[in-house]
Design a protein around this ligand. Structure first.
Ligand SMILES: Nc1nc2c(ncn2[C@@H]2O[C@H](COP(=O)(O)OP(=O)(O)OP(=O)(O)O)[C@@H](O)[C@H]2O)c(=O)[nH]1
Ligand SMILES: [Mg+2]
Length: 273
């Protein structure tokens, strides 16, 4: 297994036109510190324009890890583009629009997502999926329950949101990112295990170096997602044990979100001397 290299995961915000996918990605761009995200790119022109934002998440098994966050375009003209964008997604946030006059469009978009995944031999059951009930400020208090019943899905999690003012945006991103990272870590473990299996007997080539040991325990650094202004809602669940690394001390901290119960693991590094 290499100690350098990159892992890029793909997260797609999918949903009906005007459901708030772009507003989500713009909000993430606004809220993350510069060194935790790249530039917000707008690709194409309306009605098929879409946005992409790289978010840096630190290291997994020595790999620099980032998630490319896409806001899929919702217009009818962009149907083929949506299909392509979601084909190889590692995770999806389905943005359900709570405004009553957008129910039908939301359910239609979910059906389309299902069929787009199926076209690539995938399914809504197998994909890492979180639902975001957006436009919360423009619907009555029963809207979530009503739409939720029609959606008939059991996502890993769901969130209420107002993407324009940031409500619910980062908890949603944090949750789906954690799911994606856990999945990547599992895959990295499987890859490492396959790598560790004894090779059939052959002479090692002179240029080959032994594979470096996998550092344990692996810590997924979540600084990007916890350095946000939502962090006031987190309380510390556990901390430590501290680990000395050269002239640095690393302290792992587990936070729990008071409202959603989401857990986030991050690490703080202190330099000595
Ligand atoms: N009041 C309110 N407005 C929102 C919310 N989310 C998005 N909007 C607004 O709704 C409009 C559409 O939002 P976008 O983020 O562009 O929607 P989209 O899903 O990217 O739309 P397409 O790219 O056309 O599919 C914009 O004017 C946003 O400012 C919300 O939660 N509340
Ligand atoms: Mg958009």
């Amino acid at each position: 297994m290499q100690t350098t290299g990159e892992i890029q995961a793909k997260l797609v915000y999918y949903g009906a036109a005007e459901s708030g996918k772009t507003a989500n990605v713009q909000c993430i761009h606004r809220k993350l510190k510069r060194d935790h995200r790249g530039e917000l790119r707008v690709e194409g022109v309306p009605p098929t324009a879409y946005e992409m934002l790289p978010v840096q998440l630190g290291q997994i098994r020595g790999f620099t890890t980032s998630i490319h966050v896409y806001a899929a375009p919702g217009s009818p003209e962009a149907a083929e583009l949506r299909r392509k964008i979601v084909a190889d997604a590692d995770g999806v946030v389905f943005v359900a629009d709570l405004r009553p006059d957008r129910y039908a469009a939301t359910l239609e978009s979910l059906k389309e997502l299902q069929s787009n995944l199926r076209a690539h031999g995938r399914s809504l059951r197998e994909i890492l999926l979180v639902i975001q009930y957006n436009h919360r400020d423009e619907a009555d208090e029963n809207a979530v329950e009503r739409l939720h019943r029609s959606i008939k899905l059991k996502p890993a999690a769901s969130f209420e949101a107002v993407a324009t003012d940031g409500t619910g945006v980062l908890p949603c991103l944090t949750t789906i990112s954690k799911l994606i990272l856990a999945d990547l870590r599992k895959r990295a473990d499987e890859e490492a295990a396959a790598h560790d299996e004894p090779e059939p007997a052959s002479e090692p080539r002179a240029t080959e170096k032994p594979a470096p040991a996998v550092p344990a325990p692996t810590r997924i650094e979540m600084q990007a997602l916890t350095s946000l202004d939502d962090q006031k809602n987190f309380s510390v669940q556990s901390a430590g044990p501290a680990k000395a690394m050269g002239n640095e001390i690393e302290l792992p901290i587990r936070l729990v979100h008071q409202r959603t119960g989401d857990e986030v693991e991050l690490s703080i590094r202190f330099s000595i001397g």
